[in-house]
Design a protein around this ligand. Structure first.
Ligand code: ATP
Ligand code: SF4
Length: 352
């Protein structure tokens, strides 16, 4: 068995690293009764996730609805307390939480949400939103002229030019794409090193998705940002991300460079995701809301997740070993960094 630790790492300084990240949401009483559980049942939303974000690279996190992607992003943004594991910023643990530590962390790691309308307050202008972000993070300068310059700079960075055309508008006066650009500008107001983008284009018209993804890619290059790109659309991961991680039922199942993961997938679940995309050659075409219901069966309950490999009830390749033993990440082929958590790639196989 070859450990994934032996695999060659891609270039780029590590900004953020999750180690064994775990989040279990306690189940409320009504649901406990429904599942006939008298113990302290929990939704196993994220289990033992390892993830690295590097400077100047986009990492896609791909999976069906409910696989735990947003929970990973919220954990990385420290919006949720974690059940277990650690998050390191430049190698420094974030286990010790505290007001000042958190503010420093929040400036370095910014989140962009799926719905730009919901994330902007409708009663305030763009100027208000951006000024607030700049001031909170100490980037507003020392006088009115410096603040105005900083406002212009963040809007220029997201190609909203000339800035004065947009600064005094309200969110409802902008298009969906422009609102998402403002949300990105607001995140940039913190001068971050990492952006966590949770389905940043899925609520936008198909015609403007590419523009927003190209903007993020441009920012990655110009500002040397580490970007986490969460999506249920594996085709867009191929187009946009340098690396792709695939998540199933709260666990990471495959990872590697995007070209390899999308063109030579190893894990049966990744293959299913690719096969169930409406048109494998289209990049950002007619996206479905998610890929649920189109594969072989349904994702499992995360209150009682299957033992062994969580994918085994749906997996066409499953053997007896898969029902009892949790697969470990294994190096695949000779592509640096490509791994899959699947017993098919272990010398002992799936145990037929
Ligand atoms: P989507 O693409 O639909 O957003 P996702 O892959 O981002 O899905 P999550 O939103 O992270 O998945 O949810 C993972 C699991 O955790 C789901 O079963 C969800 O119901 C559960 N979950 C998420 N947030 C909470 C919460 N606050 N309390 C209880 N359960 C939650
Ligand atoms: Fe399928 Fe077994 Fe591999 Fe899981 S470990 S994906 S069940 S073959």
């Amino acid at each position: 068995m070859t450990s994934v630790q032996d695999a060659e790492a891609p270039a780029g300084e590590v900004v953020l690293e999750a180690q064994g990240l775990t989040k279990h949401f306690p189940v409320r009483r009504g649901l406990r009764d429904l599942f006939n559980r008298r113990d302290r049942a929990a939704v196993h939303a994220v289990d033992d996730v390892h993830l690295i974000l590097r400077r100047g690279r986009v990492t896609a996190l791909v999976g069906e609805s409910g696989s735990g992607k947003s929970t990973v992003a919220r954990l990385l943004a420290q919006l949720y307390p974690r059940t277990d594991g650690d998050i390191k910023l430049h190698g420094t643990s974030t286990r010790v939480r505290g007001g000042r530590n958190f503010r420093r962390y929040a400036a370095r790691v910014q989140m962009i949400f799926q719905d730009p309308f919901a994330s902007l307050n409708p009663v305030h202008t763009i100027r208000y939103h951006l000024t607030r972000a700049l001031k909170i993070h100490g980037n507003a300068g020392t006088n009115a002229a410096e603040l105005e310059q900083a406002l212009h700079d963040v809007l220029n960075r997201v190609s909203m030019t000339p800035p004065e055309r947009y600064l005094d508008k309200f969110p409802h006066e902008l298009s969906g794409g422009q609102r998402q650009r403002v949300a990105i500008a607001r995140a940039l107001g913190a001068n971050p090193e990492a952006l966590l983008a949770d389905e940043p284009v899925s609520m936008l018209d198909v015609s403007i998705r590419l523009g927003v993804l190209n903007l993020l890619r441009d920012l990655k290059e110009r500002l040397n940002l580490a970007i986490l790109y969460i999506t249920h659309d594996i085709a867009s991961a191929r187009y946009f991300a340098d690396d792709t991680m695939v998540m199933y039922a709260g666990r990471m199942v495959e990872g590697g460079d995007s070209e390899t993961v999308t063109q030579s997938p190893a894990h049966p679940y990744t293959k299913l995701l690719i096969d169930s995309a409406p048109d494998p050659d289209r990049l950002l075409g007619e996206l479905e809301p998610d890929t649920r219901d189109r594969g072989n069966g349904e994702p499992p309950s995360l209150i009682n997740p299957p033992a062994g490999c969580r994918f085994h009830p749906r997996c066409p390749m499953a053997g007896p070993r898969c029902e009892t033993e949790l697969p470990v990440p294994l190096v695949i082929g000779d592509k640096p960094g490509h791994w899959a958590a699947c017993w098919l790639y272990d010398e002992q196989g799936v145990g037929r």
